[in-house]
Design a protein around this ligand. Structure first.
Ligand SMILES: Nc1ncnc2c1ncn2[C@@H]1O[C@H](COP(=O)(O)OP(=O)(O)OP(=O)(O)O)[C@@H](O)[C@H]1O
Ligand SMILES: [Mg+2]
Length: 391
C-alpha cells in the first residue's frame, strides 16, 4: 500500500476524486502508490469491491456539486469513508461536507503527513463489508492509471470530426505502448470503419448486448485492429436502426471498461447533442471541439459552446481545434477565437490529401506523413502524448 497507509496503520486503498486531471494526479502522487485517481464518483463507484476505501475528494467538490452523489455512496457503503481537500475552507463548506458524511476537510496546500494522518484516521473507523472479508480481490480494481478519454465533437456536420478523431487515434496508437481504442459513437451514420478500410465482425451493438458480463477480455474480442497502426476500433452499428438500442449509460459503461486497459480512448461523435454524446462528454477528460473556418461553422460552434456551458461542462476540458485553417479562407484565426472566446489549441490546414486518403480508406498521417495537415495532427497528438515518450 501507499505511503499514506504504511507504518502499521490499517491497510486501506485510497481513491482520489477530482474532475481536474492535474489536480487528482498531484493529490494521488502526494498520497503515494496506494492511491488511485478517478475523475468522478460515478467512475469510482463501479470499482468498489467491498473492501475498505478512503476517498479523498479534491477541490472540485468545494462548490457543493456532486456532494449528493458522495452522500449516497457513503450511506450505501459502510466500508467507504471520505475526506475533502479544498482551496478555501469556509464554515459553510465544512457544514455541507459533514452533512454529506465526509469526515474531515483539509485546506490546500496540505502537507503529505497531515494528509496521510487524515486518511488513516478515517481508515480506522471503516467497517469491512461481510462479503469482502474472505475475498482476495483488490479493494480497487484498477491497475493504477486509467486511460484518458478524448471525445471529438462539433455542432456542425462535415466539420472534420471523423478525420481528426481517426488520425489522432492512429498517431496515439503508434506512440503508445498500451492499447489505444477509437469508438465510433456516430451511431447512425458512423464511417470510421470505411475511413480505415475495416470490415467489422462486431460493433458497439455486440458490446451492448453483452453489457451485464462485459469485461476487458470480452470487449477486447469485439475490437477490430487497424493493421498499419495497431489502433483498435469499436465500430458503429452496421445499420442506423440499431442506434436506438444504445443509451448513454451503456456507452459510458463501455468507455469505463475500455479505459481500464487502454492508454487512450478516442471517441468520434455525430454532429448533434444527444444523450449518448452528453454522457460521453461528461466522462471525457478532454473534449475536442472541431470548428471549420466559415461563418456557419463558427455560429454553430458558438451555440454548441453555450450549450456546454449551460450543462456545466468544465471549460478546462474543452479544446478548440480549427480545421481547414488556411490563409486562403479569408477568416482570421484571431477573429474566430475572439468570437468564440476560446483559444485554438490546434490549427489544421485544408489539403486535398485528406479526401484522397479518405477515399482510399487510409489515414492521412500514414498516407501523406509529410503533408502539413499530417504534421498538424502530430502536433495535436503532442498535447496528449509527445512523440519522444515513445517506448
Ligand atoms: N483539413 C481538411 N482538408 C481537406 N478536406 C478535409 C479536411 N478535413 C476534413 N475534410 C474532408 O471533409 C469531409 C468531412 O470530414 P469528416 O467526415 O471528418 O467530417 P465530420 O465532422 O466527421 O462529418 P459528419 O458530421 O458527417 O460526421 C471529408 O470528406 C474529408 O475528406
Ligand atoms: Mg463523422
Amino acid at each position: 500500500m501507499g505511503g499514506a497507509t504504511g507504518g502499521g496503520r490499517p491497510q486501506v486503498a485510497v481513491a482520489v476524486v477530482d474532475s481536474d486531471q492535474a489536480i487528482r494526479s498531484r493529490l494521488a502522487m502526494q498520497l503515494g502508490q496506494g492511491a488511485t485517481p478517478f475523475p468522478s464518483i460515478n467512475d469510482l463507484a463501479p470499482r468498489l469491491s467491498g473492501q475498505p476505501v478512503v476517498i479523498v475528494l479534491g477541490p472540485a467538490f468545494s462548490s457543493g456539486a456532486e456532494l449528493s452523489a458522495v452522500e449516497q455512496l457513503l450511506t450505501a457503503r459502510r466500508e467507504v469513508g471520505a475526506i475533502m481537500a479544498t482551496n478555501e475552507l469556509t464554515t459553510d463548506l465544512l457544514q455541507k461536507a459533514l452533512r454529506a458524511g465526509v469526515k474531515d476537510v483539509l485546506q490546500l496546500p496540505v502537507e503529505s503527513t497531515a494528509l496521510a494522518e487524515a486518511v488513516a484516521r478515517v481508515a480506522n473507523t471503516l467497517a469491512v463489508a461481510p462479503a469482502a472479508t474472505s475475498s482476495s480481490s483488490p479493494a480497487l480494481q484498477a491497475d493504477g492509471e486509467l486511460g484518458r478519454v478524448i471525445t471529438v465533437f462539433s455542432t456542425k456536420g462535415g466539420a472534420g470530426k471523423s478525420v481528426i478523431a481517426t488520425n489522432l487515434a492512429v498517431v496515439l496508437a503508434q506512440r503508445s505502448s498500451k492499447p489505444v481504442v477509437l469508438i465510433d459513437a456516430d451511431l447512425q451514420f458512423g464511417d470510421i470503419a470505411v475511413m480505415l478500410k475495416l470490415s467489422p465482425q462486431h460493433t458497439i451493438v455486440d458490446a451492448v448486448s453483452a453489457l451485464d458480463r462485459l469485461d476487458a477480455q470480452l470487449l477486447q474480442s469485439l475490437l477490430i485492429e487497424h493493421g498499419p497502426s495497431k489502433l483498435k476500433v469499436l465500430p458503429a452499428p452496421l445499420e442506423p436502426a440499431f442506434a436506438d438500442q444504445i443509451g448513454a449509460a451503456e456507452m459510458v459503461r463501455i468507455v469505463e471498461v475500455l479505459r481500464s486497459f487502454c492508454s487512450f480512448v478516442v471517441v468520434d461523435t455525430p454532429a448533434y447533442f444527444n444523450d449518448v454524446v452528453l454522457g460521453l462528454i461528461e466522462v471525457s477528460d478532454d473534449v475536442l471541439l472541431v470548428a471549420g473556418m466559415d461563418i456557419p461553422n463558427i455560429k454553430n460552434v458558438k451555440i454548441g459552446l453555450q450549450t456546454l456551458r449551460l450543462l456545466n461542462t468544465p471549460m478546462e476540458k474543452l479544446r478548440l481545434i480549427l480545421n481547414r485553417a488556411n490563409s486562403k479562407v479569408k477568416l482570421d484565426v484571431g477573429e474566430v477565437e475572439r468570437t468564440l472566446g476560446v483559444t485554438a489549441e490546434a490549427l489544421i490546414p485544408s489539403d486535398v490529401v485528406v479526401p484522397q486518403a479518405v477515399n482510399k480508406g487510409e489515414a492521412v498521417v500514414l498516407n501523406a506523413p509529410k503533408a502539413g495537415v499530417s504534421k498538424s495532427i502530430e502536433q495535436l497528438t503532442d498535447l496528449f502524448l509527445p512523440a519522444k515518450k515513445k517506448k
